[in-house]
Write a protein that binds this ligand. Structure first.
Ligand SMILES: [Zn+2]
Ligand SMILES: [Zn+2]
Length: 305
């Protein structure tokens, strides 16, 4: 099953020609989740040939404009394209009011239902299906702000076709075998599971931490994730500015990754005061070697970069 993160926007407040405000597509199996929706998200969705109507769940971390100014526009496009499926929007208090007031005052009646889900506390289960579970992470920013952690569920065991044939396993029994059961024939014949199937790959995990200062309480929530996205708006030389605005430096993001013992770190939300993004990489890698840089149009496979 595929599990990847596609970067649509890697910048912070001000959009530029080459960088958009924050947005990502998280693909789990054939499900697409949109994470934050800054200005320019629609353009990047098109550029990357993402089918917008496949997005059923949108998660918004907080109500600073660089994380949701693209949402009304995207929702409007979904309407113009004749969407019928319900759109689920997860975000903090106030988001529903902002969206509704826009459409109400425009006299718009969307072709689909929108359903809001309030994100309000760390540890809360935001979403769950048979493949993935999404929980809420605590962040420390100027206003209420939340991250989200995606955990794949245990995958079914993989059938060994040759063995199924050799032991003449009927089709009806195969589903139970993928769940770990031995085969028991009506004639009393028993074939142990390990001869018929092998373990699937271990489940993988991704954590998205948008705007936040370095936050100790976040660490336990991130333990061992395969890929951590953590904002790095500034470099250490601008630590004072980072503290004042409740943002992190590349070094602080690397410290979080090291303390949480994650496998890989992805940095983003860069201030456009720095022309050379390599500097983020250099600063972070001094503390945490497995660091990568978010860049528009780049896709990162969770569990293998
Ligand atoms: Zn931001
Ligand atoms: Zn913010």
């Amino acid at each position: 099953m595929g599990f990847s993160v596609l970067i649509l926007g890697s910048g912070s407040a001000l959009p530029t020609i080459s960088s958009h405000q924050t947005a990502q597509i998280i693909e789990v199996g054939n499900q697409l989740f949109l994470m934050d929706c800054g200005e320019g998200t629609q353009i990047e969705l098109r550029r990357n040939k993402v089918k917008v109507q496949k997005i059923d769940h949108i998660f918004i971390s907080h109500l600073h404009g660089d994380h949701f100014f693209g949402l009304v526009g995207l929702m409007s496009t979904m309407h113009l394209l004749g969407r019928k499926k319900t759109l689920h929007i997860h975000g903090p208090k106030g988001l529903q009011e902002i969206i509704e007031v826009q459409f109400r005052n425009a006299g718009s009646h969307l072709s689909y239902q929108m359903e809001f889900h309030l994100t309000e506390k760390a540890g809360q289960l935001a979403y769950e299906d048979e493949k993935v579970k999404v929980t809420v992470l605590p962040l420390h920013h100027r206003i209420a702000c939340f991250g989200y952690r995606f955990d794949e569920k245990e995958k079914p065991r993989k059938l060994i076709p040759r063995a199924l044939e050799e032991y003449a396993i009927p089709t009806y029994a195969r589903n139970e075998i993928t769940k770990g059961a031995d085969f028991r024939g009506e004639d009393g014949r028993v074939v142990p599971n390990h001869l018929l199937s092998k373990a699937a790959e271990p489940p993988k995990s991704y954590a998205y931490c948008s705007d936040t200062a370095y936050f100790k309480k976040l660490i336990p929530y991130l333990k061992g994730v395969d890929l951590l996205y953590h904002e790095a708006t500034f470099l250490e030389e601008d630590q004072a500015r980072a503290n004042k605005t409740y943002h992190s430096t590349a070094k602080e993001a690397a410290q979080v990754a090291a303390e949480a013992d994650v496998k890989k770190l992805l940095l983003g939300h860069f201030s456009n005061r720095y022309k050379n993004k390599e500097r983020f990489l250099q600063e972070s890698r001094q503390v945490f070697k497995e660091t990568y840089i978010a860049e528009e149009g780049k896709r990162f496979e969770v569990g293998s970069i």
